[in-house]
Every structure is written in structure tokens, then in C-alpha cells.
Design a protein around this ligand. Structure first.
Ligand code: NDP
Length: 246
């Protein structure tokens, strides 16, 4: 039986590449999309045309009840989740002076609470079966901080605190928990930054002189999900073209 990989936010730039990579490796791929996403059918059709038979479920990852219900539906229809990739995320950038409670809460709930909401209903099952992989997609900006991102940097740093604590608790159970911290990757989240800012402020900070590719992050997810990565847990793996070394 193929292992089941659930990738949250799989219709986004990084998520799509992760879904494709995991499917190519033989996983049964399930993704979630926001309840308000009207393009999910279109996306599934276009993936099917490319040979990928993905399953998609509506879920507000920021909402505990929505996440519980979604996992219940997925497991009822397909079976237990073996690999969970907490990838869904948003930015709401502004300086701290302008940061209001609405934009603080939105980012913390979507990027950090979501990790609890989605991991909670799958973790015990992984432990009981003696095998599982939880992979949290954080950010270089959670490691180094970023101007205008007190909300995002806090949420992304928090994700790795979660990774380390849970990794300790279940280290002997065959379930690994790791964080990936990508630098700037060429998805809409980044390419929607004005070109002038990209060219003059962002790319010059990257020693490799280019944005990362979603496929490069997907390759790392695939490795962490594999049996070969069984001894790797509680790590925060940077994939940032040399932008931040620590
Ligand atoms: P996208 O904006 O392309 O994708 C984000 C995905 O998150 C979307 O598919 C969206 O789903 C989903 N999402 C957002 N809010 C919710 C919600 N409340 N409930 C369910 N799903 C939700 O971003 P990327 O692919 O670029 O980013 C993916 C992850 O990687 C994010 O966590 C991001 O912070 C992180 N990252 C990205 C970097 C980059 O350079 N691109 C760098 C470092 C980290 P829908 O479309 O259905 O709303």
C-alpha cells in the first residue's frame, strides 16, 4: 500500500512542487485548500491532465475544528496519514508600528496554530503504527528576523520550537519531526514583491545570486519523508542559497 502524504496548501507555489515530487515517488497525495478557494477543481483537473491524481479537501488550517473535521474526512476516505507537510502559510507584512491585532492574529493562526491543528489529529496514529513523518515549512525569516515581519518571523520561529519539543517526545516511536527553512523561492509569494525590490534588495543578499526553485525544496521534503532519513529528527534545515548560515 502506498504511503499517504498530506500537504497543506498544496495548490500554492511550493505546495504544488511538493505534491508532484511526492506523487512521482509513489505516495498517495492529498492536499488541502482554503474553504474559499474557488479554483481547486480547476487545479485538480490541470494536475490530472499532467498525470497526477491528487485528492483535495477544503480546510481552514487556522481553525482547530476545521482541521479536525478535515483529517477525519481524509482518514475515513483514504486511510491514515503517514507524512504530514505543514506548508500552508500567509504573510501580512508591515512594520511593528503599523502592525495591528488583526494582522498579527491572522499570521500566527495560519502559520503557527495550524501546525498544532493539523498535527494533533494525525500524531497519535503515527506513534501507534510506529512510523510517521512531520515536516514543517518555516522560513529563513524565522531564523534571522525580517523587517516588517514581526508576525511572520514569530510564527515561523515558533514552528521550530514545536518541532524540537515534539521530536523529543516521540523520538523512540519511529516518527520524526523536522523543520525546513527556505530562503527566497520563486513562487507567487516572492515574485509578487516588486521587481525593483527583488533586484536591488533581495537577490543581492543571496550568495548564489538567484531565487531558489520550488523543486529544490520539494526534493528536501522527499528526503525527510524517506526511510533513509529515519535518524534525522528535531532539525531545522536551511535551504537558502547561502543567504543565512548559522
Ligand atoms: P503560496 O501563497 O503560493 O501558498 C500558500 C498556500 O497556503 C496556499 O495554497 C493557500 O491555500 C494556503 N493557505 C493559506 N491560508 C490558509 C488557510 N487558512 N487554510 C488553508 N490553507 C491556507 O505560498 P508558497 O508556496 O510560496 O509558500 C508555502 C510555504 O512556504 C508557506 O508556509 C511560506 O511561508 C513558506 N515559505 C515560502 C517561501 C518563498 O520564498 N516562497 C520562503 C520561505 C518560506 P489557498 O490557495 O487554497 O488559499
Amino acid at each position: 500500500m502506498a504511503r499517504i502524504a498530506l500537504i497543506t496548501g498544496g495548490m500554492g507555489g511550493l505546495g504544488e512542487a511538493i505534491c508532484i515530487k511526492m506523487a512521482a515517488l509513489g505516495y498517495q497525495v492529498v492536499t488541502t485548500h482554503s474553504p474559499g478557494n474557488t479554483k481547486s477543481g480547476e487545479w485538480l483537473d490541470s494536475m490530472r491532465e499532467q498525470g497526477f491524481n491528487f485528492h483535495a479537501y477544503a480546510c481552514d488550517v487556522a481553525d482547530y475544528d476545521s482541521a479536525q473535521a478535515c483529517i477525519g474526512e481524509i482518514e475515513g476516505a483514504m486511510g491514515p496519514v503517514d507524512v504530514l507537510v505543514n506548508n500552508a502559510g500567509i504573510t501580512r507584512d508591515m512594520t511593528f508600528k503599523k502592525m495591528d491585532k488583526v494582522n498579527w492574529d491572522a499570521v500566527i493562526k495560519t502559520n503557527l496554530d495550524s501546525v498544532f491543528n493539523m498535527t494533533k489529529p494525525v500524531c497519535d496514529g503515527m506513534v501507534d503504527r510506529g512510523w510517521g513523518r512531520i515536516i514543517n515549512i518555516s522560513s529563513v525569516n524565522g531564523q534571522k528576523g525580517a523587517f516588517g515581519q514581526t508576525n511572520y518571523s514569530a510564527a515561523k520561529a515558533g514552528m521550530h520550537g514545536f518541532t524540537k519539543a515534539l521530536a523529543l517526545e516521540i523520538a523512540r516511536k519511529g516518527v520524526t519531526v523536522n523543520t525546513i527553512s527556505p530562503g527566497y523561492i520563486g513562487t507567487k509569494m516572492v515574485t509578487s514583491i516588486p521587481k525593483e525590490v527583488l533586484d536591488t534588495k533581495i537577490i543581492p543578499q543571496i550568495p548564489m545570486g538567484r531565487l531558489g526553485k520550488p523543486e529544490e525544496v520539494a526534493g528536501l521534503v522527499a528526503y525527510l519523508a524517506s526511510d533513509e532519513a529515519a535518524f534525522l529528527t528535531g532539525a531545522n534545515i536551511a535551504i537558502n542559497g547561502g543567504q543565512h548560515m548559522y
